[in-house]
Design a protein around this ligand. Structure first.
Ligand code: GLA
Length: 387
């Protein structure tokens, strides 16, 4: 499969630039199983990679020119000079790949230009990290071609910097690390404080279960302010509690911490979500490692309630997916990603997939919502060279 994709992307590159690419790379989108809005609080997350990928055919250049083309956006070849790249100067899709070139150069790596053709199957605006996939595929390609010797987590850090500073979106480190470091058949248990990782075997099919992704088709965008407000609220909470990050508030001391926050109602809710969410990640890891996979369902549902009621980043469409899935027999369900739209995940017995899917589709039709896109997610490989 990836050989055919690599061949097609390489062929288009050759048409565009008149020579074959030096190589072709792929990086996946992700869903997050549990651990939402914990990454910028130094907490725990647990994403896994989707089979959907951003694919890039790339060749080096030595003349300081960066040429970018996307199969998915009708904008022709965009030509830039690497020396001119500057933060927040670009509001188009090209900001993601050029932001990575900028971040690599800023970090002292001599990247002297590139010809790039990109094609992605990661749905954009669906909360499935299409931007991180774009960033990481470029970072990995340039890492290989320019022999920079950077590890996956280092590429993730550079991509996050590209997105924070160059694109101007205040995201955490989860999505880039997922794209760079996930492994097929596993979920990635990541401590976002020091980026230490554990690959947790996650083979639902072998246990007669499935994980569905329900894209509500409600578009979200992280630069639009609400994400940044939540992040600032969490930082305020940490400051009021005298800790470096909310990760440092032990779950056992949550009640005392909430008491100390007094009448800071908004901050109290944010703190409660983050501290309980870190505990939920640890609980899910323990359940998976002890083989009690079905028992993670209720933990996912708890996580959704916390995001809806305390963190307040759900929306009617996401709530409808979760409520309908649970009512029609799913083991668990929650929104995934940044929120305000995008996708939900549903954990279900394999035998119930059709019934749950039908129930969600009918509920959306009855509510007058745009039909959702439902697909099964199998934990897939992280970023890699495919040619
Ligand atoms: C977005 C961000 C991540 C993370 C999630 C919420 O996907 O890019 O860094 O904060 O939202 O968990």
């Amino acid at each position: 499969m990836s050989e055919a994709v690599a061949g097609a992307v390489a062929e288009r590159f050759t048409q565009l630039y008149g020579a074959e690419p030096e190589g072709v790379w792929a990086a996946p989108g992700r869903v997050n199983l549990i651990g939402e809005h914990t990454d910028y609080n130094d907490g725990f997350v647990m994403p896994f990679a989707l089979p959907h990928t951003a694919v890039a055919a790339v060749s080096r250049r030595e003349d300081g020119v960066l040429r970018l083309h996307s199969a998915d956006i009708d904008a022709g070849v965009v030509e830039l000079r690497v020396a001119d790249l500057a933060p927040e100067s670009d509001k188009n899709w090209t900001a993601y790949p050029s932001g990575v070139v900028w971040a690599l150069r800023e970090a002292g790596h001599e990247v002297t230009g590139a010809d790039i053709h990109l094609a992605s199957t990661v749905p954009s605006g669906a909360g499935l990290s299409s931007s991180a996939a774009l960033e990481v595929v470029i970072a990995l390609a340039l890492n290989d071609l320019y022999a920079l010797g950077l590890r996956g987590w280092q590429l993730a850090r550079l991509c996050q910097r590209a997105e924070n500073v160059y694109v101007g979106a205040p995201v955490g480190i989860m999505d880039q690390t997922a794209a760079a470091c996930c492994e097929a058949g596993h979920a990635l248990f990541l401590d976002t404080r020091d980026l230490s990782q554990r690959q947790i075997p996650f083979d639902l099919a072998a246990e007669g279960m499935r994980l569905l992704v329900v894209d509500t088709q409600v578009k979200h965008s992280h630069s639009e302010g609400e994400y940044g407000k939540r992040r600032a609220g969490c930082e305020k909470g940490a400051a009021l509690l005298g800790v470096d990050a909310l990760r440092d508030v032990p779950y056992a001391e949550l009640d005392a911490a909430l008491e100390r926050l007094g009448d800071e109602e908004e901050v109290r809710r944010l703190v409660r979500h983050v501290v309980t969410e870190d505990e939920r990640v640890e609980r899910v890891v323990a359940l998976l490692e002890s083989g009690d996979t079905r028992a993670i369902g209720p933990v996912l549902a708890e996580g959704h309630a916390s995001l809806r009621d305390d963190f307040r980043i759900s929306c009617p469409e996401l709530d409808l997916v979760v409520d309908t899935a649970l009512a029609s027999g799913a083991l668990g369900a929650r929104m995934t990603g940044g929120g305000f739209g995008g996708s939900a995940i549903v954990l279900t017995e394999a035998a119930d997939v059709d019934a749950v899917t039908k129930a969600v589709e009918e509920a959306f039709a009855a509510a007058g919502f745009t039909a959702p896109r439902v697909f099964e997610a199998v934990p897939s490989a992280g970023a890699r060279r495919i040619r």
